[in-house]
Design a protein. Structure first.
Length: 268
C-alpha cells in the first residue's frame, strides 16, 4: 500500500549537522549579528519590560548576549538544535528544533528568533507553539529569510545545471513572502500582527566566497529532495561565471541579496 504521508520539505538531521559543522569551523555570524541588532532596535521601540525571554535558534548567541545586557532581563533561555551552537552561547540552553518548541504554556514574556523560522517545515505550527509559550500579552519578535533571498545564486545555479547536466535539482530553499506573513500571524492567534521587510546586500569577490560563507553560517542546502551527489566541477564553474556575468558589479565583485522578514505579534 502506497504511503499517503507527506514528505518533509527539510532533512532535519542534515540541517542540524550543517549547523554543527558551522559551529565547529568558527561560525560565520555577521548576518545573524546584524539581524540581532535590528531585532533589539525594534524591541527598544516597544518600550516594554520583558523579564523572561526565549531565544529560538540562538546560532552564535549574538541575540542572547544582547538581551542579557538589558537591565530588565532576568532570564534568557537559548534554544537551538545544534549542541555546538549552544556551547558557544551564554545562559540557560536547551536543545530544541523550531518544529517542536518544548516549553510549557505561558513560560515567557518575550520570544525572539533570528534567522531560523525559514527552516520550519510547518511554520504555522511553530508560530502556534511560540504563542502558547508566551504569557498573556507576551511578544513575539522574529526575523526570517524571505523569498527574494539569494535570488542571484538561485538563478545562476539553475541556468548552470540546466546547461551542463540537462536538468535541475533543488539547491536553494523556498521561503515565505511578506504578503503571507501578516495573515499567517493573525491566523495563528496573534494580536496586532505586523510584518515588514528589509533587504541586506553583501558583496563578495566571487560566488565561491559567498558559498563558503553560507556554509559557515549553517545555511547550506538541507532540502529533503536535494541531490545527494556533490555539484559537478563543471557546473560550479559555469555557475560562478554566470553569476559574475549576470550580476557582477562595476568594481568586479558580486552581490548576494538577503531579504529579511520581521514578524511582530502579541499573545492575546
Amino acid at each position: 500500500m502506497r504511503s499517503t504521508l507527506p514528505t518533509a520539505l527539510f532533512d532535519r538531521r542534515a540541517w542540524r549537522l550543517h549547523r554543527d559543522r558551522a559551529g565547529r569551523s568558527g561560525c560565520v555570524d555577521f548576518l545573524h549579528s546584524e539581524v540581532a541588532d535590528r531585532i533589539i532596535d525594534r524591541l527598544d521601540d516597544v518600550g516594554r519590560r520583558f523579564c523572561t525571554v526565549l531565544d529560538l535558534g540562538t546560532h552564535s548567541g549574538a541575540l542572547s548576549r544582547a538581551l542579557e545586557r538589558r537591565p530588565e532581563t532576568e532570564t534568557v533561555v537559548a534554544a537551538d538544535p545544534s549542541l555546538v551552537f549552544l556551547g558557544r552561547g551564554p545562559g540557560l540552553r536547551v536543545v530544541a528544533d523550531p518544529e517542536l518548541v518544548p516549553f510549557r504554556q505561558g513560560s515567557f514574556d518575550l520570544a525572539v528568533s533570528a534567522l531560523v523560522l525559514h527552516w520550519a517545515d510547518d511554520l504555522p505550527g511553530t508560530l502556534v507553539q511560540l504563542r502558547r509559550a508566551l504569557k498573556p500579552d507576551g511578544l513575539l519578535l522574529a526575523a526570517m529569510l524571505g523569498g527574494r533571498s539569494l535570488a542571484e545564486l538561485r538563478t545562476a545555479l539553475f541556468e548552470a545545471e540546466l546547461a551542463e547536466e540537462g536538468g535541475v535539482s533543488p539547491r536553494v530553499s523556498p521561503a515565505a513572502d511578506l504578503s503571507d506573513i501578516s495573515a499567517l500571524l493573525l491566523r495563528t492567534g496573534y494580536a496586532m500582527p505586523v510584518a515588514d521587510t528589509e533587504t541586506l546586500t553583501v558583496t563578495y569577490p566571487d560566488a565561491v566566497a559567498m558559498m563558503h560563507d553560507l556554509r559557515g553560517m549553517g545555511e547550506t542546502n538541507a532540502l529533503s529532495a536535494r541531490r545527494r551527489t556533490p555539484l559537478r566541477r563543471s557546473t560550479l564553474a559555469r555557475a560562478v561565471a554566470m553569476y559574475a556575468e549576470r550580476f557582477g558589479l562595476p568594481e568586479g565583485r558580486i552581490p548576494a541579496t538577503f531579504e529579511i522578514l520581521f514578524l511582530t505579534g502579541w499573545a492575546p
